[in-house]
Write a protein that binds this ligand. Sequence first.
Ligand code: PLP
Length: 386
Amino acid sequence: MDRVTSPATRWSWVEVNLAALRRNTSAFRRRLGRGVQMMCVIKADAYGHGAVPCAKTMHAAGASQFAVATVSEGVALREAGIEWPVLVLSEPPVDCVGTLVEHDLMPAVYTADFALALGEAAAARGRVARYHLAVDTGMTRIGVRRQDAVELRRTIDFHRGLECAGTFTHFATADTLDDWDFALQLNRFREVVAALRGAGLDTGLVHCDNTPGTVLHPECHFDMCRVGVGLYGLHPADATRPMIDLEPVMSVRGRVVRVIYPNVGDGVGYGLTYRVPKKNIQVATVPIGYADGLARELSNSMDVLVGGARCRQVGNICMDQFMFAVDVNSARAYRPSRPVEYGDVVTVIGEDGDERIGADEMASLRNTINYEVVCDFGMRLEKIYT
Ligand SMILES: *Cc1c(COP(=O)(O)O)cnc(C)c1O
């Protein structure tokens, strides 16, 4: 753990392993046919990993397009000098049309009012705005209803400031094999694409697969796949585990900023929800809290790794710190080889020796999914790229 260099101002950080990110990106790239483009989803600051360095690594590994959730995320990429195509995955407020055109960001489009405002904003600047038509084929989230897709295109297509660069949908159940609802959405999507083409409309790039779709449903890669969580080394479902090898990209670590042997019966943290049960227990403090993404509901239920051993987190997780306990007399697997000292590295997510705590383990303790765990750690911790 000594190879870890922590930031100067606070003893806690997110480590982003760009070599693992590159290998994961290549693993997905190899699954796509020659003519299929790879759109890397880097919304929410690349799921907490840092959008700009991740985008550069992904592009070097064969990605040609990028997707974000918000206009500000897209603008931040442009301001960082990233010039590759960027899709905003939903239709933003109509007031954003000028910003979209000025930064050459492609929005998802599904209402005529928005599309025409976008076309006007582009024409006023002597430009053509490229957009992707989003189609709701059954998830009931965003997009034009499938039966209205052709009519929407007919309403907006006259506009010389607009160009349809893509047509896409999103699956609600791509992570389950042999799923009837998935098949239904895919059929509907194929029908919409055929209807658009039958009406003489150019669909642009046709795309629908997210990570589980890309891995489990190669029959619908179409012109492009939108890969997100898998790039960061996380599986969207158990079904993808046997199908593709992925390496986790994010580790979360801190250093012990204080350690004591409290008296028997002393309480720990707000509410004193943990009481020191016997002698020779160390209680150590690490500067990572719920404002850093370490969810408070993990209090008194998670482990951390120190010196290759698992130790129990104790007391309520605070906004900026948590505490953990080491029983210096317990079995070797539950304590480091020596008592914990000021400055020791503590792993919250990642590997230490033979032990590993994954985002999946933390997600199941929190009753959520690995996606949310890594997004949360993007909040405040400084990122170190290795
Ligand atoms: C987030 C998102 C993706 C990526 O999903 P993963 O499961 O992370 O691969 C793809 N498409 C859309 C529309 C999304 O919102």
